[in-house]
Design a protein around this ligand. Structure first.
Ligand code: LLP
Length: 432
């Protein structure tokens, strides 16, 4: 017999909770979605996304601020629609992302274009669409953008991404604001780059930006970077070049496994106090959050295929793999794994399992040494899977990418069909 348990929200993911021993997204039972759509299946909560956005909006109340969702975190059209309808702009890094924004009904004027390797074709595409700003990452890019803008007869609005040389204290692969990183223009060279930009007829200087890394869990690196950027703004403006907007990038972390990043409104209360103290509180502000808007708004559902107990390790093989959930393999990242049903009174006692996928790589693991009571056929949820999972998914081993569902209250909408082998072979040409 099962005893009804009170609703218990998952840590960090308040819109996902157990009711009566069954895991729900808002008011939809996840096991029902797994049965209807199959697994692996990504499920997102719209309320979780809007809740995360609301924390930023509270933080910026009474200020001139534009939130540009860094869509590389999750670029599925249904997700973009949620943010476009909520008034967000978008931070893009490719022409493909721009096409997605437009397909989802986003406003090109609220698009900012980051990235160290924009091609001429992408620059032209973005100028023609009328994007709000190019975040230029090198002096060489300034020259090329100027040429493209002159040829198009459309001035390019630019901000220069400066590298403040601040340690965000995160994983080395996701630190971007240190001297040894490929991103941005070095602090010492920034004033010269602004003077050059101001002299180029095809460019119109509108802002300054920085982004120091991702999954940042404390305020100090942000405050340090802000001070460094404001020092530059003072120098650039003293040289006669006005800066209309200040863009502080993204990077705020989420709770994957007990991390305690400041909530967005708390972080921004501190940052705004610093801006006010330095006389920049009424400047137009921009930010580019990705993970903190979607990371804990999604889970990935998967079925246990086989249990393979061994002498050294017990392996639990599930139907999701590194092609669906690349973060453990790429960054040794931790994501919680929980059962969809806690009802099973007859479940075996927990053992320690390495949860792995079917891909032919030893690096294809999703979680190591997890205490779980498992049987083949059980359904599991890999948590915190809203950011940098589907957008980084691949077709390795000719595995089709998973389906995606967006939950809104008691409604669930399929926003991406499972990819078939035919979908994957569509662009290929057989030898004649
Ligand atoms: N702005 C720029 C210029 C960026 O490069 C990034 C992320 C963001 C904003 C958004 O950062 P967020 O708020 O999401 O931290 N795949 C890695 C994360 C790579 C982040 C790349 N840039 C991961 O799964 O941890």
């Amino acid at each position: 017999m099962t005893s009804p348990k009170p609703s218990a929200a998952l840590p960090g993911q308040p819109y996902f909770a157990y009711r009566d021993g069954e895991l729900y997204a808002e008011n939809v039972r996840l096991a029902d979605l797994a049965r209807e759509h199959g697994t692996p299946l990504f499920v997102y909560s719209k309320a979780a996304m809007l809740g995360a956005l609301a924390a930023y909006q509270r933080g910026f109340a009474g200020r001139k601020a534009q939130i540009c969702y860094a869509m590389k975190a999750n670029s599925s059209l249904g997700v973009l629609q949620v943010f476009a309808q909520a008034g967000c702009g978008f931070d893009i890094v490719s022409g493909g992302e721009l096409e997605r924004v437009l397909a989802a009904g986003g406003d090109a004027a609220r698009v900012i274009f980051s990235g160290v390797g924009k091609t001429r074709a992408e620059m032209r595409q973005a100028l023609d669409a009328g994007i709000g700003c190019f975040n230029v990452e090198s002096e060489a890019e300034l020259e090329v953008l100027n040429e493209v803008a002159l040829a198009a007869g459309k001035p390019a609005r630019v901000s220069i991404r400066v590298n403040p040389n601040v340690d965000p204290k995160t994983h080395p692969y996701i630190s971007t604001g240190l001297k040894g990183n490929k991103f941005g223009v070095a602090h010492e060279r920034a004033l010269g780059a602004y003077q050059r930009a101001a002299a180029l007829a095809g460019l119109q200087v509108v802002g300054i930006d920085c982004h120091i890394g991702s999954q940042i869990t404390e305020a100090t690196p942000y405050l340090d970077a802000m001070d460094r950027v404001l020092d530059l703004v003072e120098a650039i403006e003293a040289a006669g070049i006005p800066i209309q907007h200040l863009d502080f990038g993204g990077g705020l972390g989420i709770d994957y496994n007990g991390e305690t990043p400041p909530p967005a409104d708390v972080l921004w209360a501190q940052l705004l106090a610093r801006l006010d103290a330095r006389g920049f509180g009424q400047r137009r502000l921009m930010i580019e959050p990705g993970r903190s808007l979607v990371g804990n708004a999604g889970v990935c559902l998967s079925e246990v295929l086989y249990l393979k107990p061994g002498e050294e390790k017990n392996f639990c093989i599930i139907d999701a793999a590194m092609n669906d959930l690349p973060r453990p393999a790429m960054y040794q990242a931790f994501q919680q794994i929980v059962p969809l049903s806690r009802r099973d009174a007859g479940a075996p006692a927990p053992a320690s399992w390495d949860v792995v996928g079917p891909v032919c790589e030893s690096g294809d693991w999703i979680g190591r040494d997890r205490a779980l009571a498992l049987q083949p056929g059980d359904l599991l949820a890999v948590l915190s899977a809203g950011a940098y999972c589907m957008s980084m998914a691949s077709n390795y081993n000719t595995r089709g990418r998973a389906a995606e569902v967006l939950v809104d209250g008691d409604q669930a909408a399929l926003i991406r069909r499972r990819e078939s082998a035919a979908d994957q072979m569509r662009g290929e040409i057989l030898l004649s």
